[in-house]
Design a protein around this ligand. Structure first.
Ligand SMILES: Cc1ncc(COP(=O)(O)O)c(C=O)c1O
Length: 422
């Protein structure tokens, strides 16, 4: 592996990791998984939180779809039947990940689109309140700012998901009879904290507010049983932990919330067939298809389905979730024993995101230096940190190697810093 050659043999560092190693029976499985993800041979791939690795079969589905478009064309009755089948199958596949009825799934192009659809759908009045957190991603946060600008909605900002904050206490302290929606992530992109979504949603409901959940980091990383979570809307992306292509995603809206979340956009599937007239009367589609904004790339949906079949039917979701969480803790324990490293992620409330700071080196610099060593992580900036995503395809050895690389880079930097004043 390229990157391993860059760390010298003298850089061995004893690890005292508490989390358990992969079982021997898992080793073969992990090898098979990695063979399907060519990029894992090129890099130590620790950034599913931005984009997951693409499986060969999903790439092949993209290419096959494109080849058929080329040779057979994209029109004609057979092509249209194929398209409808593809859209329907994609909704079923995504519904099985979120454990809901396929009629509660709207196909989207990404999480941000889903958050916008859900948030813009409420009948907002000036003085209504929306609760969110400074730690939310712009994909959910900026639509909240738009509500403020456009409708005079009051934003009740919290510190939920930041280190040392109790999410339930934070939420309790800002809820009021005017709260119309609570907008929070299932897993925080900024600290890696997994939020107690069920309890938060129950609190939101106790004042009559909807719970609109950003699941960009959750779907494919942790179990996403939307009924058990009690969410009203749940928006996710295909390209991250689900290992699908860009431009795919889903929005779950609970059927009994269709009346609360109005349509903001109107597309081909927005109206029940035959139920409109030219005066503008219409009956919305009797499913979450009412929220869909035109066509999602058919090739992309085929590729996403290939990824989901692989994850769900061959590898198994329970195994995926457990492996990600086991590696997350292994990584946490590995890094927390390094001098000068401060962990930001709460170990008791985490899964596959590990946030940390290394004393004396800017987070962006650490990302850059690791990339030069063939290791892909990212830096996040509010709060300032580096973030590792532990994928089900990673290994304990890769994490040990990452730890060594961080230790080595931090040491080099320390030397440079102490030399600088001379
Ligand atoms: C928590 C969270 N929400 C939303 C997004 C945006 O996702 P998308 O590009 O699919 O809209 C991200 C992407 O990193 C994210 O981490």
């Amino acid at each position: 592996m390229e990157s391993q050659e860059q760390i010298g043999p003298n850089d061995q560092i004893q690890t005292t990791h508490q989390a358990q190693q992969a079982l021997p029976s898992d080793r073969e499985k992990i090898e098979t998984i990695r063979a399907e993800l060519p990029v894992t041979r090129r890099y130590l791939y620790f950034n599913a939180g931005t984009n997951g690795p693409l499986p060969t079969r999903s790439h092949d589905a993209l290419v096959a779809s494109s080849a058929r478009d080329l040779s057979e064309g994209r029109i004609g009755s057979a092509a249209f039947t194929r398209l409808l089948q593809n859209l329907g199958d994609a909704r079923i596949a995504l519904a099985s990940v979120l454990q809901c009825d396929p009629t509660e799934i709207a196909l989207t192009h990404n999480t941000t689109e889903g958050m916008n659809i859900a948030l813009m759908g409420l009948r907002w009045q000036p003085g209504d309140e929306v609760v969110t957190s400074v730690a939310e991603h712009p994909g959910g946060l900026y639509p909240v700012y738009l509500l403020h600008q456009r409708y005079g909605v009051t934003i009740r900002m919290t510190q939920i998901a930041l280190p040392g904050r109790d999410p339930l206490e934070e939420l309790r302290s800002v809820l009021s009879p005017r709260t119309r929606a609570v907008v929070l992530s299932h897993v925080s992109w900024a600290t890696g904290m997994t939020l107690p979504v069920r309890e938060l949603a129950d609190l939101a409901h106790s004042v009559g507010a909807l719970f609109i959940c950003d699941a960009a980091q959750a779907a494919g990383m942790v179990p996403s049983n939307v009924y058990e979570l009690g969410v009203d809307a749940y928006a996710c992306s295909g390209q991250k932990w689900l290992c699908g292509p860009d431009g795919t995603g889903a929005l779950f809206v609970r059927r009994d919330r269709f009346g609360d979340i109005q349509q903001t956009f109107m597309g081909y599937f927005g109206i029940q067939p035959g139920m409109s007239d030219h005066e503008g009367h219409y009956v919305p589609a009797n499913s979450a298809q009412r929220y869909e904004i035109s066509t999602v790339s058919p090739a992309g949906l085929r590729a996403l389905q290939a990824s989901l079949r692989w994850l769900g039917e061959e590898i198994g979701w329970n195994w995926v979730y457990q492996r990600i969480a086991t590696l997350g803790r292994y990584c946490y324990d590995a890094l927390s024993t390094l001098d000068g490293v401060t962990m930001l992620t709460p170990r008791d409330h985490m899964a596959g995101l590990v946030h940390f700071r290394v004393e004396g080196i800017a987070s962006s610099e650490l990302t850059t230096q690791l990339e030069a060593a063939g290791i892909l992580i990212r830096d996040t900036h509010d709060p300032e940190a580096n973030r590792i995503s532990t994928g089900f395809y990673n290994t304990e050895e890769e994490i040990d190697h990452l730890r060594q690389a961080i230790a080595q880079i931090a040491q080099i930097h320390t030397v440079q810093l102490t030399q600088a004043p001379e």
